[in-house]
Design a protein around this ligand. Structure first.
Ligand code: HEM
Length: 516
């Protein structure tokens, strides 16, 4: 519909015609003289008004056709305010630290596990619970495809995140080959040594620290080391600063105008890509000289491995995907560790249990020996506790899919082109699957753990998070080094958490450290 409105043969050509006349009049106004100008000004105003009316009419017709198509039995719900829909209400609840309230209230109001709304300028069907998760995760590329906002698409244009349908498969396979447990096993020691030196320089000997910025820095240094082997402190520092700007503006309205946060984010993106590109070029030279092995890090793997069709990724594709992984690894794990530290400060009995497990592992190592894969496998209670943190405070609340055909779910029609949103909380906080859902209880993950599709912090189906194992290793290695060295207490025990879009402590999570 929108494509039709803006097709050259319709609206656009008419609009260009009017614009041409305007430019002609303005361009010739001097020759026409002052008196003629008086006649022209009202004429210009009328034309502009006409244009505006035309644009509004076209917009309204397109909006109606998209949001209220005829002949469909749409889910219950409200599209909220014109244009903004319910986007601001949802954002506000996130900033108040109650993101799940948005869906909870509407489920109660409409009495269904599905409701319609308007978010991010799109008509959206929000679908809730494990049945919805199963439906979406198992119908990727059949009924739905992944969908991200324009601002995200612009930041990662040729990455696995924004490639849809069968285009995504080869890139995802290449990334998964590097991120699968067998491949990551050999990096546990490196992760341990990075974390140890980080603790020595940034934590030890300090009485009080601001944890959240430090966690982000740690995650970033770790990811850039494991994925690209970038160690030059100047490059790392520059990249860290640019990533900060990027994170700050990435979910803004994509207005690429100087002065906006989005504009600054896109400039930061250009700087990061330029730095990554120069590393890629150096690595290519090193690869052909045989001074690095093809499995040296993710970057060299991507440079030297062809996909399943025998095609090598272009430098732009490699840059975009490395940028994506650095970005994904940066926010999610630091948010999880911050939330984990908060829960542990509140529940000393769980801290003690984790400490017992980690001290047991440390005692089995020779002095100076680094952690390895076998040690990670023994961190069962520590990981169950982290899973419970991810259940209650997931870094990602859910993601969108787009209907690639008209479809039916829960007895309602979802028109082609509509977006569907699956939500983590609607399963994680359901007492049917997690009795007393607000209670913190790591034993939920003993044995076989939760039923399929009820526990989904990493999503599911073909789009499931490929960084799952990497995140597990990073968090476990960090926790080991943390509890071995410190106890801690938050400076502000009731510090607010805002979800914007990830859960973050609003005051940066200052803590007092007590060495063990
Ligand atoms: C606690 C940490 C993490 C959580 C909870 C998490 C969660 C998620 C979720 C919910 C999705 C969307 C899945 C879907 O739409 O079905 C996702 C996608 C993704 N994640 Fe993670 N993630 C984490 C860490 C990481 C890390 C460390 C990396 C990189 C090493 C990573 C890379 C990605 C990528 C590339 C995608 C896009 C996959 C695709 O669209 O096919 N994530 N993640």
């Amino acid at each position: 519909m929108l494509n039709h409105i803006f097709s050259p043969s319709s609206f656009l050509t008419k609009r260009e015609g009017v614009m041409d006349s305007l430019f002609y009049l303005v361009g010739n106004s001097q020759r026409l003289g002052e008196s003629s100008l008086f006649k022209i000004v009202p004429l210009i105003s009328c034309s502009l008004l006409g244009l505006l009316t035309l644009a509004c009419l076209a917009g309204f017709t397109a909006f109606r056709a998209k949001f209220r198509p005829k002949g469909y039995s749409l889910p219950p719900g409200s599209f909220g305010w014109p244009l903004v829909g319910e986007t601001l209400i949802r954002q506000r609840l996130g900033q108040l630290g109650k993101p799940e309230e948005y869906i909870k209230r509407r489920r109660l109001l409409y009495g269904k596990d599905i409701f319609k709304t308007s978010l991010l300028l799109q008509p959206v069907a929000v679908v809730c619970g494990p049945a919805a998760n199963k439906f979406l995760f198992s119908n990727e590329n059949k009924l739905v495809v992944t969908w991200w906002t324009k601002s995200i698409q612009n930041v990662f244009p040729s990455s696995v995140l924004t490639s849809r349908g069968l285009h995504a498969r080869p890139i995802k396979k290449l990334l998964t080959a590097f991120l699968k447990p067998e491949a990551l096993q050999s990096y546990v020691g490196t992760m341990d040594s990075i974390t140890q030196s980080f603790m020595e320089t940034e934590w030890e000997g300090k009485e009080e620290i601001m944890v959240f910025p430090l966690l982000k820095l740690h995650s970033f240094v770790m990811a850039s080391r494991i994925f690209t082997t970038i160690q030059d402190p100047n490059i790392v520092q520059n990249l860290t600063q640019q990533f900060h700007v990027l994170m700050d503006g990435i979910i803004e309205i994509p207005l690429n105008i100087p002065g906006t946060r989005y504009y600054r984010a896109m400039r930061a993106r250009d700087v990061i890509c330029r730095d990554l590109l120069s590393v890629i070029k150096q690595r290519r030279v090193a690869l052909s000289a045989g001074t690095v092995s093809p499995t040296h890090d993710l970057l060299t793997s991507l440079l030297s491995t062809a996909d399943e069709n025998g095609r090598f990724l272009t430098e732009k594709e490699i840059t975009d995907n490395i940028l994506l992984l650095l970005f994904s690894a940066h926010g999610t794990t630091s948010s999880t560790i911050a939330m984990l530290m908060r829960y542990l400060a509140e529940m000393p009995h769980i801290y003690e249990e984790i400490l017992r497990e980690q001290i047991g592992i440390a005692a089995s190592k020779a002095p100076g020996e680094l952690l390895d894969w076998k040690d990670i496998r023994q961190m069962k209670y520590s990981w169950n506790t982290t899973c419970e943190v991810l259940r209650l405070s997931p870094p990602i609340e859910g993601t969108f899919r787009e209907a690639i055909t008209d479809l039916t779910y829960g007895g309602f029609d979802i028109p082609k082109g509509w977006k569907l949103f699956w939500s983590v909380h609607s399963s994680h906080k359901n007492p049917e699957y997690f009795p007393e859902p607000e209670k913190f209880d790591p034993s939920r993950f003993d044995g076989d753990g939760p039923a399929p599709y009820t526990y989904v912090p990493f999503g599911g189906g073909p789009r499931r998070c490929p960084g799952y194992e990497y995140a597990r290793l990073e968090i476990m290695v960090f926790l080991h080094n943390l509890v071995k060295r410190f106890r801690w207490e938050p400076v502000f025990p009731n510090e607010k958490i805002k979800v914007d879009p990830l859960p973050v402590p609003v005051q940066g999570f200052p803590i007092r450290l007590r060495p063990r």
